[in-house]
Design a protein around this ligand. Structure first.
Ligand code: SAJ
Length: 440
């Protein structure tokens, strides 16, 4: 296996292409977006991911990787295209089958097709049959198909692509062998071999399990708010139990995986997914709860004031330390508040999100975080980017802080720890300040 063609040069396809090129393969990238192809060949990775620019530049220089406007012949085809959902929360597999169709025009005997995109159970088999029908080649004899779902965390993609265990589900043994051969050149984690449907199911339940756990964290935060307790403190202490591992409440679940993949299970197994349906509902409700809380606080402040309260939003990305605003609950909240200019003024800030991605929202964007805080009556913390966590909580003195992601708790515990360093083993104490803290 020497030559690899990768279909879809996005968050997964491009890093995979680069790693495969660095591992010694001759890699041909392909994307339906011609501008993306052009930019990538100029050394612009288009996406934000640590290390990606340097690595891309190196493989372009050595000639081991090039992006093409047309799919190239190869020994192995890797499909890494998006699988969003369409109306009725059903999986939109049009990109996957479009990629399959493109492959049929280049498929040669002995080739293997690896589907990395996350898909509903049964899709790999349907895709394999589709390619067989349209290529005239015999599945399992002339060409081979496997599902090898990606498992990486945005922001740590290059590390996780190498270190994580991987599940490979082949339609036949030879599909497993060839797929394993491909990954063995750069994956250090254990490669687990199974069949295609099992691999599809494993990937979906990984993300569904996270959605359910986040829903529990969000319910804990609701209960704590009613009981006037700090959910981050409660969760930290509960996690001292050796077999408890609660996740953290945030302003909601975003991105293109956790909030999407459970629907692929719900679609296929409507009767056996009541818990998943409930988790989806709880997590989708969370941004609305935050919006309501801000509006209530704004109304309360306006009673004692003639001017509209000024709300400063910290963080717009779908999670900490990424630039990605796709299905971001923070963006959903900021947009909803932006539409309420009759009752409040709003400024936003996120140093990770490029300004051109925010143009269409017409936000008033603060020039820096300090000025934004200084300007505000209410600081709404939506995303715990690491730069925010490094700030001292005193910056919030005299402000109303609505904290939906535990930034204040982190600041308080870190600052308490540094004060107590060497004096006690107590992990957490509350550090009283003038900050009026509202937790969601
Ligand atoms: N979130 C919380 N509380 C938490 C952790 C996350 O509310 O304690 C929120 C985040 O803020 C974000 C959303 O969940 O809005 C999703 O973030 P994430 O970090 O859990 O997941 P993704 O979408 O960045 O990546 C996930 C990963 N899956 C798992 O961790 C099981 C990754 O390994 C997958 O490759 C990826 O989905 C995917 O492509 O499926």
């Amino acid at each position: 296996m020497k030559r690899i063609s990768i279909l879809g040069l996005g968050y997964i396809g491009l890093p995979t292409a680069i790693l495969a090129a660095q591992a010694g393969y001759e890699v041909c990238g392909y994307d339906i977006d011609q501008e993306r192809v052009k930019q990538i060949n100029l050394g612009n990775p288009v996406i934000f991911e640590p290390e990606i620019s340097d690595r891309l530049w190196k493989v372009l220089q050595t000639g081991s990787f090039k992006a093409h406007p047309e799919l190239q012949y190869a020994d192995c085809f890797i499909i890494a295209v998006p699988t969003p959902f369409k109306e009725g929360n059903r999986a939109d597999l049009s990109y996957v089958f479009q990629a399959g169709e493109t492959i049929t025009k280049r498929l040669m005997p002995g080739n293997v097709v690896i589907l990395e995109s996350t898909v509903p159970v049964g899709t790999t088999e349907q895709l394999a049959q589709y390619i067989e029908k349209h290529s005239g080649l015999k599945l399992g004899k002339d060409f081979f198909v496997a599902h090898a779902p990606e498992r990486v965390l945005p922001g740590k993609i290059f590390k996780e692509l190498v270190d994580n265990d991987r599940v490979i589900g082949g339609i036949c043994q030879q599909a497993c062998n060839l797929t394993q051969l491909f990954y063995s050149k750069f994956v250090k984690g254990v490669v687990h071999i199974t069949d295609d449907k099992s691999a599809e199911m494993v990937k979906l339940i990984e993300n569904a399990s996270r959605d359910v756990q986040i829903a529990l964290a969000n319910q804990i935060s609701g209960m704590c708010q009613t009981a006037n307790l700090d959910p981050y403190h409660i969760i930290e202490l509960a996690n001292k139990h050796p077999r408890v591992k609660l996740l953290s409440p945030t302003c909601g679940v975003g991105g293109h995986c956790i909030a999407v993949d459970p629907w692929f299970l719900i679609e296929t197994f409507p009767e056996q997914t009541k818990l998943l349906q409930m988790a989806r509902a709880i997590n989708d409700q969370k941004p609305l709860t935050v919006i309501k809380q801000v509006l209530e606080k704004a109304a309360e402040l306006q009673k004692n004031n003639t001017t509209r309260p000024k709300v400063f939003v910290m963080g717009l990305a779908f999670k900490p330390d990424v630039d990605d605003i796709r299905q971001s609950p923070a963006l959903q909240i900021a947009s909803a508040l932006h539409a309420k200019t009759d009752v409040l003024e709003i400024k936003v800030y996120d140093h990770n999100v490029p300004l051109n991605m925010l143009h269409k929202y017409n936000f008033d964007i603060a020039s820096d975080v300090w000025r934004g805080i200084d300007w505000a009556d209410v600081v709404l913390v939506l995303v715990k980017h690491k730069e925010f966590s490094l700030m001292h909580q005193d910056v919030f003195c005299g402000k109303v802080v609505i904290d939906s992601c535990g930034l204040l708790y982190d600041m308080q515990t870190r600052q308490s720890r540094s004060v107590l360093e060497g004096a006690t083993k107590t992990d957490t104490i509350f550090w009283k300040t003038g900050v009026m803290k509202d937790l969601v």
